[in-house]
Every structure is written in structure tokens, then in C-alpha cells.
Design a protein around this ligand. Structure first.
Ligand code: SF4
Length: 341
């Protein structure tokens, strides 16, 4: 499969008059300012490090791309479109808020050949949206997703786990909405409390408790299962690991494990295997054979063999054998229980 490389262009907080309680884009992106003339050097530098046969995509992340000054947005799109036309990149994507999507905006994105629009669809719960001071309601999410699909873009949904007021049920409903809205792809972000945000002040006042790692992994795995089942490709789980997630200067609290995505996939496979074992007959003389997708053996076994250990402890198998197979599709498992003669 051809490798896909994103060329991220972070536009920190530009164009966004909101202050979502969890957001500090300046910290996440590590940038305080943004100048249009930085774009070409960023793209050129990134292109110099990737091989020609990769699929390359310019990705405007960080702020609310369609809310920035229209001239600046068009300038950035003109530059990106030139790279696209010259064949030096293969696609363009941007991320924005649901209430910054309109027919006019989508016409501009279409004109410059943007392929994918990612939307912050943090929650479908109005209470959660209000507590997070998102500044838009659920109807905005419905309208934006519908328009983006009508205009023929690929659609990405970014949801969050463990926001203020959010329950597992809210997160399941959000994942189901992302499937229903026909998103092509999604990202799952367990909530991190960054310093100098309203969420930090809420935490300090005792109004918000961040999830511990186990709960964040468990809840993310449930959302992940719904997305995978619904045919939505999950591009990322958790923020990119960076110094900001670990430095005392920027990180306050929350599940910031460097490999949280892997932990969530491990948990997903554990739940899937337990589900498939329901109703089967076996005892402590049985051997469990798991056929798993190519490249997924370590995800099934789990970090530090956690899944294998849990399966032994819960079901008492005599042995568990995990084999990779071409015949098993991604995020599926074929299992067999054998009695030893
Ligand atoms: S809309 Fe996005 S960029 Fe703006 S404050 Fe909220 S999370 Fe941050």
C-alpha cells in the first residue's frame, strides 16, 4: 500500500473567536502566531523529507480554517492548489467548526480542490456542548455534515472522550452520529487538561475531573468499535505525542499516555474476543486459536501481553495461540476453541 504523508500547517486559533474550555491551540500546535509567507517553506521542508512515491497531503489543522480572514484562506488555498496542480502533492484537507460551514465556504473549498473537510464533532449532547462553551448547537453539526456530503467532499469527524458533563452514553451517541452522518474518517481525542485553559480552572475549582488512563482507554475503545463497525476509518486516537503533553509548563492533567491509540486498539480486540467467546463451550483443557489480521498480532496480544493474561485469567484456557492470516480483515478475529485429546 502506498504510504500517506500529511504535511500539517497549523493555524493556531486564527479565525476562531471561541474559547472552548478544553482548547489551547497555541499550546497544542506549539505556535503563537501565523504568517501566510510561512506556508511555502513549511511545505517545501516537508516535501524535502518524503520520498516521491508517497501520497502527500497538505492539511490545514489547528484553528478553524474556514473562519479565518477570507483573503488569507484563499491565499493559502491558492498556494496549496498550485502544489496540487503541479503534482507535488496529491490532496488538500482542512479542519474547522460545524458553524463555519456554509454553501459559500464550501464553494471556495471546492474551487481550490480541497478533498477532505474535518469537523469538530466533539459531542452530540447539548449539555456537553454548553458546558464546553463550544458556541454552537447540535443542529449545526447536523447541517454541516449534510452540506459537506452534499458538496461531495470526504468528511472527517473529530470526537472527544471525557469532556465536562459527558458520559459513556453521550460518547456512544456521538460515535453513532459520526457513522450516521456518513463520515469517511474520524479521530478520537480523550480530553487532556492544558494549562491556561478554562478547563484547568474548572479542574482547579473541583468542577471537572479528568478521566484516568484506564477509563479513557475503555470509553475510547467503545467509540472506536462503533466507528469501525460503521465503516468509518479511524485515523488517530489521542493527540500527537509531543513535549506539550508532558511538560509542566503546558500539561495539567488527563490521560496523556504516548501510546494511547495502541492501548485503545488492544482494548478493542480484547472486547471483541470476549464477545465472540460468549456462548461457546470450553474448559481449562481447551486451547484458544485466534486468527488475526496481518500486522495486528501485537495489538491482539496487548501491551505487556495484557490481553493474553486477561484471557487466561478470565477463561482458564490451557493455551492461546495467535496467528496472523491474510483471510482476516482489519479489526476482525476468527477464533476456534479446540479440546486437546
Ligand atoms: S473552535 Fe476549535 S480552535 Fe476554536 S476554541 Fe474551540 S477547539 Fe479551539
Amino acid at each position: 500500500m502506498e504510504k500517506h504523508v500529511n504535511i500539517p500547517v497549523f493555524i493556531p486559533h486564527l479565525g476562531c473567536p471561541n474559547d472552548c474550555v478544553f482548547c489551547n491551540q497555541r499550546i497544542i500546535s506549539g505556535k503563537k502566531e501565523f504568517y501566510a509567507d510561512e506556508v511555502i517553506p513549511i511545505i517545501e521542508e516537508a516535501l524535502s523529507t518524503v520520498s516521491d512515491n508517497c501520497k502527500k497531503e497538505i492539511a490545514f489543522f489547528g484553528g478553524s480554517f474556514t473562519g479565518i480572514d477570507k483573503c488569507l484562506m484563499e491565499n493559502l488555498l491558492i498556494i496549496s492548489n498550485q502544489y496540487l496542480k503541479s503534482g507535488r502533492i496529491n490532496s488538500i484537507r482542512c479542519s474547522t467548526r460545524p458553524d463555519y460551514i456554509s454553501a459559500d465556504v464550501l464553494n471556495i473549498l471546492k474551487k481550490y480542490n480541497v478533498e477532505t473537510v474535518e469537523l469538530g464533532l466533539q459531542s452530540v449532547s447539548q449539555d456537553v456542548l454548553n458546558l464546553c462553551k463550544r458556541g454552537h448547537n447540535f443542529d449545526a453539526e447536523i447541517n454541516a455534515t449534510r452540506l459537506i456530503k452534499e458538496w461531495g467532499f470526504r468528511l472527517g469527524g473529530q470526537m472527544m472522550i471525557g469532556l465536562p458533563g459527558s458520559s459513556l452514553e453521550d460518547e456512544i451517541a456521538t460515535a453513532k452520529f459520526i457513522v450516521r452522518a456518513d463520515c469517511d474518517e474520524a479521530r478520537i481525542y480523550p480530553t487532556i487538561v492544558f494549562k491556561d485553559t478554562e478547563l484547568q480552572r474548572m479542574a482547579d475549582r473541583g468542577e471537572y475531573n479528568s478521566l484516568d488512563l484506564d477509563e479513557a482507554v475503555s470509553r475510547s475503545a467503545k467509540a472506536f468499535a462503533i466507528l469501525i463497525e460503521g465503516g468509518v476509518k479511524v485515523l488517530r486516537i489521542g493527540l500527537c505525542d509531543s513535549e506539550n503533553l508532558h511538560s509542566d509548563r503546558t500539561y495539567h492533567s488527563g490521560p496523556n499516555h504516548a501510546a494511547i491509540g495502541e492501548l485503545v486498539e488492544n482494548e478493542f480486540y480484547y472486547n471483541l474476543i470476549c464477545e465472540k467467546l460468549q456462548g461457546l463451550k470450553f474448559d481449562n483443557q481447551s486451547d484458544l486459536i485466534l486468527n488475526v489480521p496481518i500486522g495486528h498480532m501485537s495489538k491482539v496480544i496487548g501491551q505487556h501481553r495484557k490481553n493474553k493474561i486477561r484471557l487466561f485469567q478470565r477463561y482458564g484456557f490451557r493455551s492461546i495461540k495467535v496467528c496472523e492470516s491474510n483471510n482476516v480483515s482489519e479489526y476482525s478475529v476468527f477464533l476456534k476453541v479446540e479440546e486437546r485429546k
